[in-house]
Design a protein around this ligand. Structure first.
Ligand code: TYD
Length: 203
């Protein structure tokens, strides 16, 4: 039985959602039990966060606290249970998004504080960072918004996403996360992700 907690992270538009879905399908086709999930989660706090992401007037500390609260429900009620049942859990974003996004919002938020308010949740076994220049990220996001008619979220601007990208890369170096460049075709990026996961899980 293979049991692992895998997380895909990256700036907006880097493809965490697409690649989490494709990876889930790939592992399921190998006969494995896989549970796909995402943050903000489907909890009541996750629903609130989706509205808050459109609101520029919420203090960043409130964002951080709500993401931590949502994550605790997500981990305790969903992720931990699925892992105990022998599933591979794949989460489209998790704790590194809080560390990187919320500490980029203001100098008043330290990484230590974010780690501290998130200290009750489990740590992923594998973290992959999908890396993309913010110019491409924003282009992808804006064309997606046009298609779906959705509103722009507060983090979707060039300077901020540049900061977030650099922090993801710094954290990856420090923590040994796998970095995968996300500019090529979906197929070749997914291939690289699958090869990495196969080697890590010894499939
Ligand atoms: P979403 O619309 O799901 O973006 P995407 O599809 O690009 O992943 O919203 C997630 C946004 O919330 C994204 O901008 C990252 C941000 N976020 C945080 O700031 N902190 C967090 O802890 C998490 C999980 C996400």
């Amino acid at each position: 039985m293979v049991r692992a907690f895998i997380v895909l992270e990256g700036i907006d538009g880097s493809g965490t959602t697409t690649h989490s879905q494709l990876l889930t399908k790939f592992l399921e086709e190998k006969g494995l039990n896989v549970h796909l999930t995402q943050e903000p989660s489907s909890s009541i706090i996750g629903d609130l966060l989706k509205k808050i992401l459109l609101d520029e007037n919420i203090p960043p500390e409130t964002d951080a606290l709500l993401f931590a609260a949502d994550r605790l429900i997500h981990y305790k009620n969903e992720i931990e249970k699925k892992l105990e049942d022998g599933y591979i859990v794949i989460s489209d974003r998790y704790l590194e998004s809080s560390i990187v996004y919320q500490s980029s919002q203001t100098d008043d938020i330290s990484i230590e504080w974010i780690e501290n308010i998130n200290r009750f949740v489990g740590i992923p076994d594998i973290t992959i960072i999908l890396d993309l220049p913010p110019e491409i990220s924003l282009k992808r996001k804006l064309s997606h918004l046009k298609l779906t008619g959705k509103n722009k979220e507060k983090f979707e601007n060039l300077d901020f996403l540049g900061k977030v990208r650099n922090k993801f890369l710094e954290r990856a170096k420090e923590k040994g996360y796998k970095i995968i460049k996300s500019e090529n075709s979906i197929e070749s990026i997914q291939n690289e992700i699958q090869n990495y996961i196969k080697s890590q899980l010894k499939l």
